[in-house]
Ligand binder design. Structure first.
Ligand code: SAH
Length: 354
């Protein structure tokens, strides 16, 4: 008889995450069935534009942290950003993501607002736009929403406040990040969050609680992938305590599988970190749980400066190659790219009906 999975308590989730070998496979295959029943075999594209690596924060895990003096800082020009957006539009990508380090000044708010309006214009309002620009206040988020942004990604990074505090300097507030996620919901964004998997100090219990956090907060989209070390960051000092690559990989797949079982109608991204940890990582994520992938459209000359962690992939890939590679990858996963589609989160509409 086929195994079913009861994943209500933290203990049950921990046991699922600890599965290995054929037991892990059974969990992942079950997640795949749930995925096919709920969101089908379609995969949506989000062209990723890594707009700037300038950052006022100094997260201990991140290669582009403000406190890393070795980073060559850049902001993509308006013309180049619009060119990338045009590529997405002309190639039938339904959406793009603008991601950057965090800046909160007025000039920046206006710059992004103007970009959003311009992107809307060149794509005749057809491109879905997601922002991933860190913590912002209500008036900024409202302005960007009114200028055309529909979705926002703000990972909680670690939902346990004690673990969060170990990953960030003292002036980074867990409470503020939570409030920002609530604000996004309040402003009617489709809300995305996520965590890193395999962080130093992180326990299985932490990861189980992360998944329950997503469920409790009624999140629409999740981007989560393995933590990967970077030599120019404070967390690098703990590199010898990390799980092996193989262990981090299996754990990440189990996390994705349990997430899909717990939240069948959300959008789940197959992250670049998954593909950076393991060659077949993005493909496997799509096979078992994910229905979104983000081809990198950052103008070539900036890519190596958006170096969040070591061994990051897609740095030397042209937009055209990226498209071909992603098509092949999705096909190998037994799924199909839905071109010219926004691919909004079903969960967003379902929770609005509730
Ligand atoms: N400034 C934005 C975007 C951050 S970069 C924000 O604060 O939301 C996007 C994501 O990359 C982060 O949320 C983090 O989860 C991930 N990331 C950063 N450093 C990483 C690392 N060393 N390994 C894996 N993922 C990392």
């Amino acid at each position: 008889m086929k195994e079913t999975f009861n994943l209500q308590t933290s203990e049950q989730i921990v046991a699922a995450l600890q599965r290995r070998g054929p037991q892990a496979k059974a969990l992942q295959e079950y997640a795949r069935e749930i995925k096919l029943q709920s969101v089908g075999n379609q995969v949506y594209l989000r062209g990723l534009i890594e707009y700037s690596n300038c950052c006022s924060k100094s997260c201990y895990y991140c290669g582009i942290r403000g406190g890393n003096p070795q980073v060559h800082r850049y902001t993509v020009s308006t013309e180049e950003t619009l060119e990338a957006a045009r590529f997405a539009y002309e190639n039938g990508f339904g959406s793009i993501v603008l991601q950057a380090g965090e800046r909160n000044d007025k000039a920046y708010t206006q710059q992004i607002e103007k970009l959003l309006l311009d992107i809307d214009k060149i794509s005749k309002g057809e491109l879905g736009i997601t922002l991933s620009l860190g913590e912002q206040n209500r008036s900024t988020l409202l302005r960007w929403k009114q200028a055309g942004a529909k979705r926002y990604l703000l990972r909680i990074e670690a939902s346990d406040p004690t673990l969060y505090a170990k990953l960030h300097p003292a002036d980074h507030s867990y409470q503020k990040r939570l409030e920002c996620i609530d604000l996004l919901k309040d402003l009617n964004y489709q809300v995305g969050t996520g965590v890193m998997i395999g962080l130093p100090f992180q326990t299985y219990e932490n990861l189980a609680q992360d998944l329950l956090f997503f469920q409790k907060r009624d999140i629409d989209m999740i981007g989560m992938g393995p933590y990967i070390e970077h030599a120019q960051t404070p967390l690098y000092a703990y590199k010898d305590q990390l799980l092996s690559i193989e262990e981090r990989y299996i754990l990440s797949l189990n996390m994705l599988a349990v997430l899909r079982i717990l939240m069948p109608d959300i959008n789940i991204a197959s992250t670049t970190a998954m593909g950076s940890l393991k060659k077949e990582g993005r493909e496997e994520a799509i096979r078992i749980a994910a229905n979104v992938i983000m081809p990198n459209l950052t103008p070539f000359s900036y890519r190596e400066d958006y170096f969040l962690y070591q061994d990051k992939i897609c740095i030397n890939e042209s937009n055209a190659d990226s498209k071909i590679n992603i098509e092949a990858l999705v096909q190998r996963a037994g799924c199909k790219i839905a071109y010219h589609a926004h691919g909004d989160s079903h969960h967003f509409f379902n929770r609005q009906k509730r």
